[in-house]
Design a protein around this ligand. Structure first.
Ligand code: NI
Ligand code: MN
Length: 220
């Protein structure tokens, strides 16, 4: 399974199927790819309904016939229902199996008008990838591995201001106990400037810093 960071919180997983999480590419100053240059996308997961996460969802789903998976209210947005794209609404705590992949929405502490914010564990090629979405630190993060199984890769926001900062993310990484922790959601704009190397310094576990466009491969 190959994970590619596309900039900000956008991440592409290529394995048994292709899963695109939080596809904010157009207007993303750090995007490593344009929507029209993406490979075929089977599934789009949106953690919450902010522009820097919902992003190019509709355009990409229309192009590839991708299935949107998100909390119910995002799938009920007029923009989504009007577009005719396939959208499967679910909710926090639930798991949806599609194309051999498991999608489990987890809690997140973050304000969103009209719907709740989530994180997600994507189980793909026998690996668990946790994308925290936008969130503050919360102690129940330690339960995610108990429910989903050991976490292979944790993608954690470190930019602060709207989410955890580096020191909170280091604490989150401890609670999650992932094999590898990859920082996201930083340096896109001035309010979320952060140095990902600080995470390596204060967190006593493995960190992989991926610049936009860089990939990390794990297992088959
Ligand atoms: Ni947000
Ligand atoms: Mn955000």
């Amino acid at each position: 399974m190959k994970l590619t960071r596309l900039g900000h919180a956008a991440v592409l997983l290529e394995g048994e199927a292709t899963v695109l999480i939080d596809p904010f590419l157009t207007d993303n100053p750090l995007a490593s790819v344009r929507p029209e240059d993406l490979p075929h996308i089977d599934i789009i997961v949106v953690t919450h309904d902010h522009f820097d996460h919902f992003g190019d969802t509709v355009e990409i789903a229309k192009k590839f016939g991708s299935e949107l998976v998100a909390v119910h209210e995002i799938c009920q947005k007029k923009e989504v229902t009007d577009s005719g794209i396939k959208a499967t609404g679910m909710n926090i705590g639930g798991t949806y199996q599609v194309r051999g992949i498991g999608i489990n929405l987890t809690p997140a502490i973050h304000s969103v008008g009209g719907s709740d914010a989530a994180g997600v564990v994507v189980s793909i090629n026998g690996k668990n990838v946790y994308h925290a979405g936008d969130t503050a630190l919360f102690s129940d993060m330690q339960l995610i591995k108990d429910l989903a199984g050991p976490i292979d890769i944790a993608l954690l926001p470190i930019g602060g201001h709207f989410t955890m900062d580096v020191s909170a993310a280091a604490k989150a990484a401890e609670l999650l106990g992932a094999e590898i922790t990859i920082p996201i959601h930083y340096n896109t704009w001035p309010p979320i400037e952060a140095d990902p190397k600080q995470l390596e310094q204060i967190y006593n576990g493995a960190v992989a810093i991926l610049d936009p466009g860089q990939s990390y491969e794990i297992g088959e």
